[in-house]
Design a protein around this ligand. Sequence first.
Ligand code: PEP
Length: 251
Amino acid sequence: SATIKPLVAGNWKMNGLKSNVAEFYKMRAGISDDLADNVDVMICAPATLIAVLAEKAEGGAIALGGQDCHAEKSGAHTGDIAAEMLRDAGASAVIVGHSERRSDHGESDADVNAKARAAWRAGLTAIICVGETESERKAGQAVEVVERQLNGSVPDGATPENTVIAYEPVWAIGTGLTPTAGDVEEMHKAMRDNLENRFAGAGSAMRLLYGGSVKPANAGELMAVANVNGALVGGASLKADDFLGIIAAYS
Ligand code: PEP
């Protein structure tokens, strides 16, 4: 929809030391006011860097996000991070249900749903990830799998302000492979229909990101697909030149 402002969010995953903060500063400097009028930009940094980057982000166009949160506000959960802590460090959003969390940590749709509600409780936007595996796509089940993940992972009460959906086919993450524009269009239409059935007008206005091997060279084509309202970018968000090249698809 032409009225939805796109979002390009970078996911740094488990990458980034204080010595890499210069790259963030280069990104911030590369986003003109005109560009910022057309596209929202975010970096989902490792939790250890959010407070460091928040200082560098001041006065610029880059928002900050976390990559995961615990469902509870505080307590005896050694090593976990609460949504409230991310917010306190300077984040305005958090990724939940990334496929690497679902596979490395066995997170279920119910877990992701609870984390999304924790994000809202803390005043963060939940970036909820869904996506089929290669074998699920080959079996013709991609749309069915993603709809099941949406139904289970997106809590009641989702709005365009508190929720962003990211479609990330697992087989496209970090592989250099991408679905065809036609396959992306089919999936994003199915997600839009699902969200409109459940949330009416809020479902029409929610941002649907595509993620999986987005690069400057394919960003234009992928971002032009109907119902694609931005990108979630892994590897290509680590270097300012690549990330700015993707953002330029909206200039
Ligand atoms: C991701 O993991 O969110 C992602 C999209 O990774 P990449 O861009 O590296 O495929």
